[in-house]
Every structure is written in C-alpha cells, then in structure tokens.
Design a protein around this ligand. Structure first.
Ligand code: GAL
Length: 408
C-alpha cells in the first residue's frame, strides 16, 4: 500500500511534490491504515546519466538535493521510498532507461535507500513476444536488485505482456496485468483494445475500471503472498468517477488483492475520498494473510448493458469474503445462493449458518463492518448502479444437538 505520483501529477514531479504528499500522508494518518510506500514515477531523471560512472542521476532542477536526501527525508517520516525505471533504452516519458544498466542502477537505487522499484516496459527494443524473452529481461533487474542485499519490492510494469502471471512469481513481487487505468468506470476507449489480457497484443492505455476488473477475473489463481496481480494504481479522488464507482474501484482492487497504491492528490482530499481509502474492513480483506484473491463465481448479462457478478474468496481463520458487483446502468435485485459463494468449500459450508458483516456499513461503535445477522442458504439484495457490496462471512456457532453430561 502506498502512493504514486503518476495518476495525478504525470511528469510534473519535483522534491516539493513528493515531500508535500509524504507530509499529507502522515498528517492524514494514512500510515495507520497501511499506506507506506511513496513512489516517484517517471520523469525524475536528469537528461543523461553520469558520464564518468554511468550511474543514474536525478534532474538537478527538480531534485536539487538529490535522491538520497529525499529518501532519507521520507524514511524519517516513517515511510518507504519508491523509484521508477524502465526495462528498455528509454522510459515511457523519454528519459534514460535501465536496459543494459541493471547492475549500476540497482546499486544506485539501493544506495539511495530505495524500498520499491516500479519497472516499466517502453522502448524495450522488441525484447518481448515470448514469456522467455520477457522473463530474461525482467529477471536481469531482479538479480541485480537481489545482489544489492537491500530488500526492494520489485514491481513489474510490463502491462501483462507475455503473461507475467505465468512466470514472474519467482522474480518479482507484483506485475501489472493490463494497459494503464483511466479515471473512468466504463468509458469505451479503443486505446485499450484487448477484450481479454490473455494473449493481448496491445495492452495500450485508457483502460476503464470495469474493464480491468474483467481482465483480472481469471488471474486470481496465479497470485498469492509475495507475488501479486497489480491492477494498476488507484484513481479514487481524481474526479472522473462517482462516489459509488470509486467504492467499487477500491472494493474490487481490495478483494482481488491488488496493491493499493493511491494515485490522487493526497494534499487535497474530500471527505468522500478519505471515507473510501480508510475503510479498515475493506483494507483488512486486501491485507488478509491468506493472500487469496476472490474469484468470480458467476456473471449475468443485463439487457441494458453491463452485468451483475458474484465474487467469493477465502480468508484466514475459516472466514470468507463475498461481493456482488453491478456494472449495469440499472438497480438490480439479486438472489445470492450460498451454493455459489461456497462452491469451492463444498456442501457442509454451503448449508451452514454464517454471521454476515456488511463491510460498507458501520456498526454501532462506528467501526466498518456491520453485523447484519445470522444467515443460512443465501440472501436477496438490491444493488445500485455501478455499486459493489462486500460482505464477510464467519461460520456461526451451530446449536449442538448433543446434550452434555452436566445436563443429564
Ligand atoms: C506507463 C505505466 C504508467 C506510468 C507511465 C510513465 O507505461 O504503465 O503507470 O508509469 O508509463 O511514463
């Protein structure tokens, strides 16, 4: 969990942008909710590397005190420091990339005190097209990072090209699954042309949130602790979606166990934005130690467009999460059958009663996750336009049919 410059600031980044954001993260207590990485995305670089050593250099105008200074400052605030580069000759913004410079770059990032590397895919000289070629290119940086001895979270940003979910588990901690997210719920955009990311030949950008959810649906089986599907940075708070849509965005990224990297201006947030990004019950699902992404158990097309879909996943301690998503433009009444929710667990789980908690409602003490009762078999719900409802299910103690000795 953390924050990244790109979605809101693009290339307009400098020391001030980062320090102000880090300050805002601390002042808004976001650290308490788990947000800890402060990541500088593209455009931090000087026009060229150090011409003597070949080491990467930060833009001296944007970062007059250099990266080590900035990193120390971020660490002194109790946060972690993330940097960005590209497995190509240039970054997507046209700055120097790391292809062929993996060792010196990893060493320099470690000296700067980096805790996270986002590693992009532009200008890769055509070194893609098979999983093996992509693997080798990304593994070079993985090895170089490991050689430094510093723990650095390695976040691959190859947009799902060559199916990193099939090979990246042993070299990276997360991998992007698609082209860049756009701050829109379902806007059609030909620049994100693939209808599925499996064998997608042009990941592109301007991928709407509902489309990325669809992309992620089959990939949960490939992720787990230490190796995650990255659905891209959050757009919550950037203005292009409604409150309900942003709640869906945050809920789905959470239950699919995507990294939660904020992409808004954290120095200027509405109460609605804060409400969404600080829902502790939803965050707990994202951070659940079992690390098991929810799976889509069914989807049903709606005649006016979009669909309803049911998602379910296992959590630690024999507890479960399930969610209902409505991407259609009409409210829907849906019957959720526990045979579907607990399909993976089998008949005993499908028929037993559960204490069910609605994770977007607060209980009487003001904590997220209201107990809505003991429920058996299934439930009927009405769901709004573009809404996601998320519940946690805890097996309820069943009345014992045996009488104990003391009662006799
Ligand atoms: C894209 C990447 C974005 C952002 C951008 C920077 O390739 O997917 O998240 O990093 O490059 O130029």
């Amino acid at each position: 969990m953390g924050w990244d410059t790109w979605n809101h600031f693009g290339c307009n980044v400098d020391e001030d942008t980062i320090v102000s954001a880090a300050n805002a993260i601390v002042q808004n207590n976001l650290t308490q909710f788990g947000y800890e990485y402060v990541i500088i995305d593209d455009c931090w670089q000087a026009p060229s590397r150090d011409n003597q050593t070949g080491a990467p250099v930060a833009d001296p105008t944007k970062f007059p005190n250099g990266m080590e200074y900035l990193s120390n400052k971020i660490h002194s605030m109790g946060l972690k420091f993330g940097i960005y580069s590209d497995a190509g000759t240039l970054t997507c913004g046209g700055h120097f990339g790391s292809l062929g410079y993996e060792e010196i770059d990893a060493k320099t990032y470690a000296e700067w005190g980096a805790d996270y590397l986002k590693y992009d895919n532009c200008y890769n000289e055509g070194l893609a097209g098979t999983p093996h070629i992509s693997h080798e290119r990304y593994a070079n940086m993985s090895r170089a990072l490991n050689v430094t001895g510093r723990p650095i979270l390695y976040s691959m940003c190859s947009w799902g090209e060559d199916g990193p979910w099939n090979y990246a588990q042993t070299i990276a901690n997360s991998w992007r699954i698609s082209g860049d997210v756009m701050d829109s719920f379902d806007r059609y955009d030909e620049r994100c042309p693939c209808t599925s990311v499996i064998d997608c030949k042009l990941p592109g950008f301007h991928c709407a949130v509902s489309r990325i959810i669809d992309f992620a649906a089959p990939l949960g089986q490939k992720a787990g602790p230490g190796h995650w599907n990255d659905l891209d940075m959050l757009e919550v708070g950037n203005g292009g979606m409604s409150f309900e849509e942003y709640r869906t965005h945050f809920s789905m990224w959470s239950i699919l166990k995507s990294p939660l990297i904020l992409g808004n201006d954290v120095t200027n947030m509405t109460n609605e934005t804060m409400t969404i990004i600080t829902n502790t019950a939803i965050i707990a699902i994202n951070q659940d130690a079992a690390g098991s992404p929810a799976n889509r158990m069914w989807k049903r097309s709606i005649s006016q467009g979009g669909e309803t879909s049911l998602w379910a996943g296992a959590l630690v301690n024999n507890t479960f999460v399930f969610a209902l998503l409505n991407t259609s433009p009409v409210n829907q009444t849906v019957e959720i059958d526990f045979v579907d929710v607990f399909f993976d667990q089998g008949p005993a789980y499908q028929t037993q009663p559960y204490e069910v908690f609605d994770l977007w409602q607060k209980d009487d003490s003001g904590n997220w996750g209201k107990n809505i009762g003991t429920i058996q078999g299934g439930m009927n719900v009405t769901i709004g336009i573009h809404q996601t409802m998320v519940w946690k299910a805890v097996p309820a103690p069943q009345a014992s049919t045996k009488r104990n000795y003391a009662e006799l």
